[in-house]
Design a protein around this ligand. Structure first.
Ligand code: FAD
Ligand code: NAP
Length: 878
């Protein structure tokens, strides 16, 4: 690596774009590690966001004690914040204080805008072009770090007539450095996001008249400005280092935020209101959700919305104006909530008017003001006709081309001439939010796919910078030149991030998180919603596993460590964690009696599943005597097709009731009667009792069709796990016996073979509830070793699989039984059987049956219901 300083050359180890908090810390780390580095910054000072956003009232909305660097512990005593939420000038002063203390400005080239960059595959270098003359016109570097900010490119206001106005025009995102005096002026503010909400009360105090143009009202809570309360500083003062460490593993980068496990719908109205009132009085973004489900459950969220609507109506005198200020088109928290000082009461002032753009949209900005369409209602211009308003100044508080604007706008061309704007045409694709395929050695700080704007960004910035710095150090130590994510790793990271977002209400809003504020921008959820701590764990694990999901290359060749860092679906992973935290004894360590009691107790605690038309308990004739069954009938006129269903439980556990939610779900989805059979269990009734009972049950149902109100010629079988084994075996027995006719078999995670040597036993044998040890226990109870290869125990071993009913086979990625299920599907296909084989990604042996507990397996059950409909020739509902 070069020892020379960047002043003497245009070749450096690292080019960093942006001198906000991210670029400053990145520069510091590079210098400390002995890399030559230069920062290129469009502005003429450090601070980024806090350099540009100098509008009146600009402040942070994370307590400043938390929104502070942790990498220099001396700052804890050298700098003291004067308020809970410091003002922009104070935060900018802090940025300058740090830059001066660490002599950072020496390596920052101000007033230097990066215009483009391209990757040179031969030289393994980036060439970065700027608008500067001389040697900084272009800079060559091995590593290219975009510290360009998520909210640094003000959106070009998409308002008709933009550019015509001949008076003063301001944008909150690039405010004049010497301030603006609105005294005596007629001012328009367009936009009511955080920037509008912060600036409107102050502009209203100065201006002769203020007109606020609102498209979407936002939720805002009082910031309660003033010094921070002593009680909020207890942990920090006690041990600043521990406090910062806690922030790093927290959910949003703010430490000691209690995480509730209580639903907003499970408490009394008084309790709920008291909790919301406390949030209102506290005024901290990180502590606004006193309940577990405000972010995921619309009904729960409505309770918070109602509370906040009540607050707005309590402050705003004119009920019609209050109505307009109440957000109704998005759930609380799905757009970033604002913290304000006197925002709502500003609308009680005589010199303030609110224009609702939903009823009276802007027709055009004119040379002298703004024309709006006419409409009736509060804030409207009056029925019919349009209204022209004259202004001295227009303030655009219309937001940013967030998260991707600055990176894409820097015109980056990667390997094989691929431009980033083309690569991201359908939405940004990143691995960990840090890097993207096709652009080696290009790093993003708080990029799309990282927690970024959903967190205290100071914490996220530091984590990214640390990760990048350590990666560069690793490459240098191992004499490697380049690092780039693999396609698979990137695709699955994006999917993982989307999977989490889809478990929440976040994607339901037209927010800038979704890119919805910029016309034409792809609609994808941009930040990673899994939390700061979980994200950090993933990044660390990637490194621990030898840069999993990356290709690292150097003179000695390249190493592709392809793989997926978070392959288990997020809700499934959360459930596994809860179970692990419970520290339960392994089932196989229990007696059979205790294991059955445990399963029955667990079943008591689960949601019941959907309502069906009718549930009837009965008794049918098995191979060795009577067997109990439970029949689930759809809520529609019969007779219906029928499915004989066999529950899971390793031939040892379970009953006709034990898969109750799944049976209800299948009944509703398939429109068929489900008859769940309590076949005999081991060890009391060992092999082949279950197999014999399965076939006997099928015959009994076929022969009692009229009595049951089902169609004898529309009979299918289904089963989960050991029940899948019983169902598969019943099909073979029916084929060999010449009946009854079975129109299809639905096998969910079936046990098809006694062979434990397939890879899935190795890969998934521990940690996913059904373990290899438990499967061993089941087989030992069920079947003598010398009987296990009998096709009645291991149906895959049948002499022929030809002539069996068409099948749907579901296997799950994290199931020890995955490979034997896959093998059975393949063997059926080879035998000429029509098979629909669904390999459920990220699911486990038990997750599909977790009806109304997990959301991600719903698609699998829907496919199962549709498969049953297909067996019966019934159309699938739209
Ligand atoms: P920035 O501070 O945005 O710095 C990026 C820099 O890159 C800019 O100076 C820009 O000029 C430069 N740049 C970009 N493109 C180029 C180019 N092509 N060439 C040269 N230079 C370029 N986050 C919080 O966590 N808490 C808060 O309370 C909070 N309040 C905020 C308030 C406002 C008004 C805004 C807009 C954002 C706020 N944020 C807040 C988010 C804030 O952006 C981050 O906290 C943080 O300051 C971002 O730092 P950064 O260094 O990553 O990016
Ligand atoms: P924003 O949240 O995107 O708000 C922009 C506002 O302008 C919205 O009300 C939007 O309406 C409106 N708008 C956009 N285009 C419009 C158009 N063509 N016509 C009419 N109205 C239009 O932007 P922001 O207020 O600058 O805040 C962005 C983010 O920066 C915040 O969410 C926050 O993360 C950060 N920030 C933080 C603070 C703080 O308190 N610390 C302060 C400022 C910013 P729609 O909602 O209908 O699109």
């Amino acid at each position: 690596m070069s020892e020379s300083t960047p002043q003497e050359q245009t070749n450096v180890d690292v080019v960093i774009v942006g001198a906000g908090f991210a670029g400053m810390y990145q520069l510091h780390r590079m210098r400390d590690a002995g890399f030559s580095a230069v920062v290129l910054e469009a502005g003429d000072g450090v601070g980024g966001t806090w350099y540009w956003n100098r509008y009146p009232g600009a402040r942070c909305d994370i307590l400043t004690v938390d929104y502070s660097y942790s990498w220099d512990p001396e700052l804890e005593t050298e700098w003291e914040w004067s308020e809970r939420y410091a003002t922009q000038p104070e935060i900018l002063a802090y940025a300058n204080f740090v830059a001066d203390k660490h002599d950072l400005k020496r390596d920052i080239r101000f007033e230097t805008r990066v215009t483009s960059a391209e990757w040179d595959e031969n030289a393994k270098r980036w060439t970065v072009h700027t608008d500067a003359d001389g040697e900084l016109g272009s800079v060559v570097a091995q590593h290219y770090v975009m510290a360009t900010g998520c909210l640094s490119v003000p959106k070009v206001p998409d308002v008709p007539g933009n550019g015509r106005f001949e008076g003063e025009v301001y944008s909150t995102g690039s405010w004049p450095h010497d301030g603006v005096d609105f005294t005596g002026k007629r001012v328009a503010v367009i936009g009511t996001g955080s920037s509008g909400v912060q600036s409107i009360p102050i502009i209203a105090e100065q201006a002769a008249q203020l007109t606020v143009f609102q498209r979407t009202p936002n939720f805002s809570l009082p910031a309660h400005h003033g010094p921070i309360a002593d009680e909020r500083l207890v942990e920090y003062r006690d041990d600043p280092a521990a406090y910062r460490a806690e922030a790093k593993v927290s959910r949003i980068g703010v430490p000691f935020v209690p995480i509730s496990e209580v639903s907003a719908l499970d408490v009394s109205d008084e309790e709920r209101l008291a909790a919301y009132e406390e949030s209102w009085q506290r005024g901290e973004l990180g502590r606004l959700s006193p309940f577990s489900d405000l972010g995921i459950d619309a009904e729960a969220n409505d309770t918070m919305r109602e509370f906040l609507h009540g607050k707005i109506r309590g402050i705003v005198d004119d009920p019609a104006i209050a109505d307009l200020l109440c957000p109704t088109n998005h759930y609380f928290g799905t757009k970033r909530p604002c913290l304000d000082t006197g925002y709502y009461s500003t609308f009680n002032r005589d010199n303030v008017r609110l224009v609702d753009l939903l009823t009276t949209p802007i027709e055009s900005i004119t040379e002298t003001g703004i024309d709006i369409a006419g409409a009736s209602g509060a804030g409207a211009a009056g029925a019919g006709g349009s209204e022209s308003m004259e202004f001295d100044a227009i303030v655009f508080a219309t937001g940013f081309d967030a998260m991707t604007g600055a990176i894409v706008g820097a015109n980056i061309t990667g390997r094989n001439g691929l431009s980033l704007s083309d690569a991201w045409a359908g939405g940004p694709m990143t691995y960990l939010g840090l890097m993207t395929v096709g652009f080696p050695n290009l790093y993003m700080i708080t990029g799309p796919g990282s927690p970024s704007v959903l967190s205290n960004m100071m914490v996220s910035i530091e984590q990214h910078v640390d990760w990048i710095s350590e990666t560069l150090d690793h490459l240098r130590m191992t004499q490697l030149d380049t690092i780039e994510p693999t396609e698979l790793a990137q695709e699955k990271w994006v999917q993982h991030s989307n999977d989490i977002a889809n478990l929440t209400l976040l994607p339901t809003a037209n927010s800038w998180y979704m890119g919805a504020n910029v016309p034409g921008k792809p609609s994808v959820f941009l930040p990673y919603p899994g939390g700061v701590g979980a994200y950090r764990e993933a990044c660390d694990e990637v490194v621990e596993r030898g840069y999993l999901g990356f290709t690292l290359a150097g003179a000695g060749g390249s190493t592709v460590n392809d793989g997926v860092i978070r392959a288990v679906k997020p809700d499934v992973a959360a459930m596994l964690q809860v179970i692990e935290d419970m520290g339960l004894p392994p089932i196989e360590s229990l007696s059979v009696e205790d294991a059955r009691a445990f399963m029955a107790a667990s079943a008591e605690a689960r949601p019941p599943g959907p309502d069906v038309g009718e549930i009837v308990d009965g008794v049918l004739q098995g191979a060795g005597g009577e067997l109990a069954y439970r029949l689930y009938r759809p809520d529609s006129d019969g007779p219906h097709p029928v499915v004989v269903y066999f529950h899971g439980g390793g031939w040892v556990l379970g009953s006709q009731e034990s898969d109750d939610p799944m049976c209800r779900d299948l009944c509703v989805r398939s429109g068929a009667v489900i008859v769940s059979v309590n076949y005999r269990h081991a060890p009391e009734a060992r092999f082949p009792a279950a197999a014999d009972d399965g076939f006997a049950a099928v015959r009994w149902v076929a022969s009692h069709a009229d009595e049951l109100g089902v169609l004898a010629d529309q009979l299918a079988v289904a089963g989960w796990s050991a029940g899948g084994n019983v169902a598969a075996v019943a099909c073979q027995q029916a084929r060999d016996a010449g009946g009854p006719a079975i129109v299809g078999q639905l096998l969910l995670n079936p046990a098809t073979d006694c062979d434990f040597s397939r890879p899935s036993y190795n890969e998934n044998g521990e940690g996913y509830i059904l373990t290899t040890a438990l499967m061993t226990w089941f087989w030992d109870h069920y079947c003598d070793p010398d009987q296990r290869t009998d096709p009645l125990a291991s149906p895959i071993r049948a002499e022929s699989l030809a002539g069996l009913p068409r099948a749907m086979i579901v296997t799950c990625q994290f199931d020890p039984l995955r490979d034997e299920g896959d093998a059975y599907a393949e063997a059926l296909v080879a035998a000429g059987v029509e098979v629909d084989h669904l390999e459920a990604e990220g699911q486990t042996h038990t997750s599909t049956g977790a009806v109304d507990v997990l959301m991600t397996p719903t698609a699998t059950r829907e496919a199962m219901g549709n498969a049953l409909r297909g067996f019966f020739g019934v159309s699938v509902p739209a």
